[in-house]
Write a protein that binds this ligand. Structure first.
Ligand code: SAH
Length: 273
């Protein structure tokens, strides 16, 4: 099967490159469509932050969204968000060629950005937990994300929620996310440097809490900071030592926890570095 294609040369001024441009291997992707224009032409009027994919990235996102829908993601708001936010702006220049494949990618400091399919699945689960809690525009209320990483999921959440708090424990990634998200200028997205295991009490109560790192259990602080009627979606260690996606719902009657499919997330760690 031919893979999605785009021009193989990256612009010299792509974001993240300073005075000495890094040598970047041309993405080994075959040209499958005659409709693609030479990169120079396609990107000449785009800001440097187009990050090398130029005008073709929209088509690639559409293909990614079609695949996600075929894989069973059915929440149109989630699919729309994934079609809108440019994932290639959040990965290093050398990985831009893989930005729209359904694969997790390294984002530095030993961390990874999750596969689009997993990101979509978790946001779909988060929204399904809201019952009648969505506003007239179908958005969730205030949401807390644990593990900002490169900021990609935070940008997606900002499309789906009225207010997003995203917390990261690694300063290097917190700063990177801040830089990645600057061009989006999202006023209702708040990036925080801190230990997400403690949640973020000042923003509570949350309609939803979503974690991109998995621990032994769901921290009690998250449950405490979750609104009644809210939902937590997080990876968690299972008895067999692997990891599964867990959904926790908080109701007037108490808390229910449902263990879903196996996943592979980076570990949830305490402390700030
Ligand atoms: N949602 C991110 C995924 C990042 S990977 C994205 O779209 O890029 C998970 C992140 O969780 C890592 O950056 C890791 O440093 C962070 N993390 C792990 N434990 C944490 C904690 N206790 N508090 C905040 N962030 C944490």
């Amino acid at each position: 099967m031919s893979r999605p294609s785009f021009p193989a040369k990256l612009p010299a001024q792509a974001k993240g490159q300073s005075s000495a441009p890094k040598k970047v291997a041309a993405p080994a992707i075959k040209q499958g469509s005659a409709a693609l224009k030479p990169l120079k032409k396609a990107t000449s009027s785009l800001p440097a932050a187009s990050h090398g994919l130029g005008l073709d990235s929209q088509a690639m996102r559409r293909r990614m969204v079609d695949k996600l829908a075929a894989q069973g993601i059915s929440d149109s708001a989630v699919l729309q968000a994934l079609g809108h936010i440019e994932r290639h702006r959040f990965v290093d220049t050398a990985l831009v060629g893989q930005a729209y494949e359904d694969t997790s990618l390294p984002i530095g400091l030993g961390q990874t950005i999750s596969k689009p399919n997993v990101v979509a699945r978790m946001m779909e689960l988060l929204r399904q937990g809201q019952g009648k809690g969505l506003d007239s525009r179908g958005r969730m209320g205030r949401v807390l994300e644990i593990g900002t990483g490169c900021g990609y999921q935070a940008a997606l959440l900002a499309q789906l929620c009225t207010e997003v708090y995203s917390i990261e424990r690694l300063r290097g990634l917190h700063d990177k996310a801040r830089e990645n998200l600057r061009p989006f200028a999202i006023a209702h997205l708040h990036l925080l440097l801190g230990d997400g295991m403690l949640g973020y009490a000042k923003g509570a109560p949350y309609a939803g809490i979503i974690a991109a790192a998995g621990g032994e259990a769901i921290p009690q602080a998250w449950v405490d900071q979750l609104a009644v009627g809210g939902r937590i979606v997080a990876p968690m260690a299972t008895a067999s030592g692997s990891q599964a996606l867990v959904v926790l719902d908080k109701t007037q009657q108490g808390v229910t926890q449902t263990v879903l499919e196996p996943v592979h997330f980076v570990p949830l760690k305490s402390g700030v570095m």
